[in-house]
Design a protein around this ligand. Structure first.
Ligand SMILES: Cc1ncc(COP(=O)(O)O)c(C=O)c1O
Length: 375
């Protein structure tokens, strides 16, 4: 029985706090599929206003938010979307844009900072002149912060450049902004400015902001009208959804200012990990609330084994690859949790190495990674 648990698997693991639970209990609700839930409307109006977009729509998940957005922009059959080969939409969303949306993905390499080279984007764009043979590019997707690239932030200059390319070629720009508030806080740029050039943005309220459920899509009125129809088609129309929106509203109201604490603590965690002989951490890659670290091959410690033994000590983490581990912070992780985690991690490394030496079974630790990060 472990007395203390520090859950660093993801920022999706937060539990609704008392303010959220009270707001849920008190929420005034009605049928949102019929368009009458006042609490859903209040949240949607608030997000649209923060993002400086015309309209917004609450949906159950970030995955549905992205799927709907891509499908609305690519409603003409034979459409193609340009997106990063390491993007959440491409890697972790069950290929929904192709299996459900019938949309062709043109992937470009994500650089380590989450960007795709602008020249490569321009080169990849295919116009209607080749439509006898080729799908037609109708959309570019960016992700900010970029989860698989370690929570790296895309700068406003970069996004503006991609937006300018999209405009020049008459195509749309969607931003998977699951953690757009993290990017805004880390960069010190207002969130509306970051998404100024985007035609649509999906914003998760259930990641670092700590709501139990939900994402909001923002865009033009016409875009959101189409998105609403698709949400219903996909089974995402929810009746007295104000219960969820009430908690999400509290998350948005109370938790944005706390993100800078998460980022500061992520740096402290990364600095602590860097001091562990068997790890390597690129401190310059820690932009927001995620810390990825590599385990040196010479240690013969696998991420699976590290996470397994860590769990026994009450620290939950997930392997990111066969050589790396990802730790994610959120507002329910305190400064003392970080110190506790560092102590446990160091202890676990020593334990694994000592056990391995004693038993002569270090190689077992190198068995394949059964699971990689999914969020
Ligand atoms: C960058 C990014 N986009 C989208 C999603 C999908 O969100 P959901 O899990 O709510 O479907 C995630 C989930 O972690 C994510 O990290």
């Amino acid at each position: 029985m472990v007395a203390r648990v520090v859950d660093l698997r993801s920022d999706t693991v937060t539990k609704p706090n008392q303010a959220m639970r009270s707001a849920m209990a008190a929420a005034i609700v009605d049928d949102d599929v019929l368009g009458f839930d006042p609490t859903a409307q209040k949240l949607e109006m608030e997000v649209a206003s923060i993002m400086h977009k015309d309209a917004a729509l609450f949906v159950p998940s970030g995955t549905m938010a992205n799927l709907i957005s891509v499908m609305v922009h690519c409603e003409v059959r034979g459409s193609e979307v340009i997106l990063g080969d390491n993007s959440h939409i491409h890697v972790y969303e069950n290929g929904g844009i192709s299996t459900i949306g019938g949309i062709h993905a043109k992937t470009l390499p994500n650089n380590v900072d989450g960007t795709m080279d602008i020249e490569k984007i321009v080169k990849a764009i295919r116009g209607t002149d080749g439509e006898l043979y080729y799908p037609t590019t109708r959309l570019i997707c960016l992700e900010n912060t970029h989860a698989n690239c370690g929570g790296r932030c895309l700068s406003v200059e970069y996004i503006d450049k991609v937006g300018a390319v999209a405009k020049e070629y008459g195509i749309k720009l969607h931003i998977d902004g699951a953690r757009i508030f993290n990017a805004s806080v880390a960069l010190g740029v207002p969130v509306h400015r970051l998404v100024q050039e985007a035609d649509s943005v999906s914003v998760c309220l259930s990641k670092g902001l700590g709501a139990p459920v939900g994402s909001v899509i923002v865009g033009s009125k016409d875009f959101i009208t189409k998105a609403k129809r698709l949400r219903k088609t996909l089974g995402g129309g929810m009746r007295q959804v104000g219960v969820l929106c009430a908690a999400a509203y509290v998350a948005l109201r109370d938790n944005v200012p706390k993100l800078s604490d998460d980022h500061r603590r992520a740096k402290i965690l990364a600095e602590g990990l860097q001091k562990v002989e068997h790890f390597s951490v690129d401190l310059s890659s820690v932009d927001s609330n995620m810390v990825f670290f590599d385990i040196k091959e010479t240690s013969k410690i696998s991420p699976d084994r590290l996470c397994e033994v860590l769990q026994e000590r009450g620290v939950l983490a997930m392997p990111a690859s066969s050589t790396s581990v990802r730790l994610v912070l959120h507002y329910q992780i305190s400064a003392s949790d970080i110190q506790f985690s560092l102590t446990c991690i160091k202890g676990v490394v020593e334990q694994i190495l000592t056990d391995g030496t004693k038993n002569g079974v270090i190689e077992q630790n190198m068995l394949s990674v059964s699971q990689t990060v999914t969020v």
